[in-house]
Design a protein. Structure first.
Lengths: 308, 266
């Protein structure tokens, strides 16, 4: 989770001082060898196998053969485009909500918490140590039919609005898109807060004073000083939220219904239940390609290539 | 109108605390429901107070077995990923070599990939090789996805290290091994510890990759997943609550220790 944020800040390119040359020019290669071999064997090679599986035809009984059957891709997209669309939509909404909810908390920890700072940071990280499946199941209780949330929404007549919008159904919140997005937002919120906090914490407090001295109102200070300076955190936070959320199938499975299935659910089902490996591999390959394209474009556009 | 002004001034604080509440609410529910005495098979509705589950946490078949399996896998995965990742981190910071860019992207990509993609592709590899799914395939997968996180954690620490300290050690006639053990390693230790802790948490809580590559082996997250379909025992909540308390205690004691050290130095 701290991954992208720990990259050097964009303003100060790491002084690539020439590392001292030591005895043995092969030393770095020996240091790299075991770990890189592991990644090549169990991360890169599987991608090749997956690509190959996606263009195979055959059956479980008779075995599969590479026949360059690209039609699998076409069939997969035409059959499962609603799930793809839903993944992008749910993950995108959850990411936006995470930014909206996470920013005030990150700001609070960075500038307003005082001696409570460490305690709040612990409270943000601590839920990680309770299995996320157990915590996701707790939302079943919170959003239960006739439970407190449903009751409150009902008495405010908000459920009528949300079901008119199509994000809830009747008197239920569980098994609707609202529940799934709520779960996704909850599960990936810390991945947004931590990078935001790291980049906010780096901001020099004197910049705020300077803005104040120049008669900027608090909101103007935020818009012109704080927010632009926190952009690296915003970029890495959105990526760290969107990527795992788009491939997630746990929330859609536990809190949703068959109408909220995301592409992760389809891949899981095809691989582990239907055992249609070529279709599953093709779907997974498309998801990977889509994510890589989105990430590359996003990083280019936000102009923080130091991130990688 | 002072109330309005007060609200305006503290709006950020209020919004932040609301988010904190949203983050912690499920943990509160998990804790409260660990004292529940549910009627049916599912522990989603409050019935009455009971401490039965706390006095008998292993009372459900396979629960504690899966927990100990998860702890074992997490321990081995942490060891493997920390050793391999630390070596890579040192190579990246301290040496110049060819193919640095390729190495960097090979380390970045696993973190930028949805878990389900890694899980599915790894399964195709294991199926093609005819590997027996179980403990070893889970361990291989866990070391793979923890590795990159360890590299980034250790790299950040080693990068901020002053190389003059090691030069001084060498000027004082310390051999390369002595320098590494007595100077380099102690300074890099907090980074390595952070990486190891992260690896342990990631491995212990991993569900998606494990679900694909576990075969019939059941880790703790897979037990929870299965119980969500068959019926959730209260003991799950007991273990979730205990984990939360232990984690907070570990982090707090770590902070107290490092705070005391800082004060001693000052």
């Amino acid at each position: 989770m701290t991954t992208v944020t720990e990259a050097p800040p964009p303003l100060a390119p790491t002084p690539q001082k020439k590392p001292p040359r030591r005895r043995g020019r092969l030393t770095p290669y020996w240091l790299l060898l075991p770990g890189i071999l592991w990644l090549l064997l169990f991360f890169a090679l599987p991608m090749v196998y997956q690509a190959s599986t996606s263009v195979q035809t055959g059956s479980l009984e008779e075995g599969y053969e590479v026949t360059w059957h690209f039609a699998t891709y076409w069939d997969a997209v035409s059959e499962y485009w609603p799930q793809f669309l839903r993944s992008v939509l749910y993950a995108g909404t959850a990411t936006a909500l995470c930014l909206l909810l996470g920013y005030p908390l990150a700001y609070l920890i960075a500038f307003r918490a005082g001696r409570w700072r460490n305690l709040i940071l612990i409270l943000v990280i601590a839920p990680f140590f309770t299995s996320f499946l157990i915590r996701t199941l707790a939302w079943k209780t919170i959003l239960a039919d006739g439970g407190p949330v449903v009751g409150a929404l009902n008495s405010l007549h908000l459920l009528d609005v949300t079901s008119w919008l199509g994000i809830t159904a009747g008197d239920r919140v569980l098994a609707t898109p609202l529940a799934v997005v709520c779960g996704l937002t909850y599960n990936f919120l810390p991945f947004m807060i931590l990078p935001l906090y790291t980049s906010l914490e780096r901001i020099d407090g004197r910049l705020h004073e300077a803005a104040h001295d120049l008669y900027a109102k608090p909101f103007t200070t935020f818009r012109k000083v704080t927010f632009p300076l926190s952009m690296p955190g915003v970029v890495s936070g959105t990526l760290l939220t969107f990527i795992p959320a788009s491939g997630d199938y746990v929330n859609a499975d536990l809190l949703g219904s068959t109408d909220t299935r995301m592409v992760g659910n389809v891949i899981q089902g095809q691989f582990l239940r239907v055992l249609d490996y070529p279709t599953a591999a093709a779907l997974s390959f498309i998801l990977m390609a889509a994510i890589l394209i989105i990430v590359t474009l996003y990083i280019r556009k936000s102009g923080t290539e130091d991130l990688v | 109108m002072t109330l309005v002004r007060w609200l305006k001034r503290h709006l950020v604080v209020l919004a932040g605390l609301l988010t904190l509440g949203y983050l912690l609410l499920p943990n509160v529910v998990v804790t409260v429901f660990s004292f529940n005495n549910p009627k049916g098979r599912f522990n989603y509705e409050w019935q009455q107070f009971s401490t039965d589950a706390w006095t008998d946490p292993c009372g459900v078949a396979d629960l504690c077995g899966s927990l100990s399996l998860s702890l074992q896998i997490a321990a081995w995965a942490t060891l493997g990923a920390t050793v391999l990742g630390t070596l890579i981190a040192f190579a990246l910071v301290r040496y110049r070599f060819r193919a640095r860019g390729a190495v960097n992207s090979l380390i970045f990509l696993p973190m930028a990939m949805p878990e389900v993609v890694m899980a599915a592709s790894l399964l195709t590899l294991f199926l093609n090789m005819g590997a027996q799914l179980g403990f070893w395939t889970i361990l291989i997968a866990h070391i793979m996805f923890c590795l990159s996180f360890v590299v980034t954690a250790v790299k950040a620490r080693v990068m901020s290290m002053d190389p003059k300290l090691e030069e001084a050690a060498r000027d004082l006639y310390a051999g390369p091994i002595q320098t590494f053990v007595r100077v380099t390693l102690p300074i890099a230790a907090p980074g390595i510890a952070a990486g190891a802790l992260l690896a342990f948490a990631l491995s212990f809580d991993d569900f998606i990759i494990t679900n694909f590559n576990a075969g019939a082996t059941v880790t703790f997250p897979m037990f929870v997943w299965g119980s969500a379909q068959r019926g959730t025992p209260v003991q799950i909540n007991v273990i979730g609550t205990a984990m939360f308390i232990v984690a907070v205690l570990i982090v707090l004691s770590g902070m107290v220790i490092s705070g005391r050290r800082k004060r001693q130095r000052a």
